[in-house]
Write a protein that binds this ligand. Structure first.
Ligand code: C2E
Ligand code: MG
Ligand code: MG
Ligand code: MG
Length: 283
């Protein structure tokens, strides 16, 4: 809106940008103590098998419940935590919280529950010690690699350095599964699908959003499902908000759905009562 309104009308460094920078600076410094503050929560969003409506697994999603600012979106604080390096201890904490619930949900489902955890490239490119720890932490808690799935984005696989490849292969050796998050929004090189052992593609919600009204989005979703299945991968549609989308996804053969139509991300206690009350989840 500021564009094309004549000379002097557009100032890049606006007061609101200044406030924004200041805000980021404050949040960055608060991030240093956020784990001790007890303000972080891990929420879980069910991932549902489209053909049965059963809860198949869940994705762990961070929430920062700030006493003064309310709920701060991970879209705001994850990039800051990546810049400052705080993402490393925060990521470990997400894993510990997930394992705590996994122990219970795995029992409830007789051994087959899986939680997906997001892992940013910064976490991937840091030293190996953390990942050895992930595997041993699962084992110590009577779980196996199969109980965990790591969500990564396409950009990580574009220019894979040695550390990243080694980690991906060591995950595979430990039985940890791998999802490509936001699939379709990154780069068009698909050769990584051949090179690495990927288990799931998650169709980005921007394609799902208009699939009922936009024939190209519908075609893209369908093409992703066909390609993934030919390569032996399962497909999860993100951002499923309506019954119409759910039905279309089922029609094109998509395996799983995640979105507000099924459930928002919820505290572990809530997912726990959902899983306990209805036996409506698979495995
Ligand atoms: P993501 O991994 O692609 O997660 C899916 C996002 O879509 C989540 O946003 C989720 O709340 C939202 N979502 C789910 N269903 C719907 C729907 O039906 N409609 C709409 N409009 N949105 C839906 P959220 O929780 O705000 O997380 C944003 C991003 O932050 C995540 O995107 C992920 O990249 C990152 N993130 C969240 N938790 C973690 C974490 O523990 N570690 C790392 N490294 N990144 C995380
Ligand atoms: Mg994700
Ligand atoms: Mg996503
Ligand atoms: Mg994402």
């Amino acid at each position: 809106a500021a564009k094309g309104q004549g000379k002097g009308r557009f100032s890049f460094f606006t007061p609101s940008l200044q406030a924004d920078a200041l805000n980021r600076l404050r949040l960055s410094s608060e991030l240093a103590g956020v784990l001790e503050s007890g303000q972080l929560r891990v929420y879980f969003q069910p991932i549902v098998e489209l053909s049965t409506n059963n809860i198949f697994k869940a994705e762990a999603l961070l929430r920062w419940i700030h006493p003064a600012r309310g709920m701060i979106s991970p879209m705001t604080f994850i990039p800051l935590a990546e810049e400052t390096g705080h993402i490393i201890p925060i990521g470990e904490w997400v894993l510990h919280e997930s394992v705590r619930w996994l122990k219970r949900w795995n029992q409830l489902s007789h051994g087959g529950f899986q939680i997906s955890v997001n892992k940013s490239p910064i976490q991937f490119r840091s030293g190996d010690s953390a990942d050895v720890l992930w595997v041993s932490h699962l084992k110590e808690n009577g779980l196996s690699g199969r109980n965990l799935c790591v969500e990564i984005t396409e950009s990580l696989l574009l220019n894979t350095d040695e550390t990243t490849s080694r980690k991906l292969f060591s995950f595979r050796d430990a039985g940890i599964q791998v999802s490509i998050d936001d699939f379709g929004t990154g780069y068009s090189s698909l050769s990584y699908l051949k090179k690495f052992d990927i288990d799931y593609l998650k169709i980005d919600q921007s394609f799902v959003r208009n699939m009922a009204s936009d024939p190209s989005d519908y075609a893209l979703c369908e093409a992703i499902v066909v390609m993934a299945h030919k390569l032996g991968l399962k497909v999860i549609a993100e951002g499923v908000e309506t019954l119409e989308q759910r039905d279309l996804l089922l029609k094109i053969g998509c395996d799983f759905g995640q979105g507000y139509y099924f459930s928002r991300p919820i505290p572990g206690e809530e997912l726990d009562s959902m899983l306990t009350q209805n036996s409506g989840y698979s495995h």
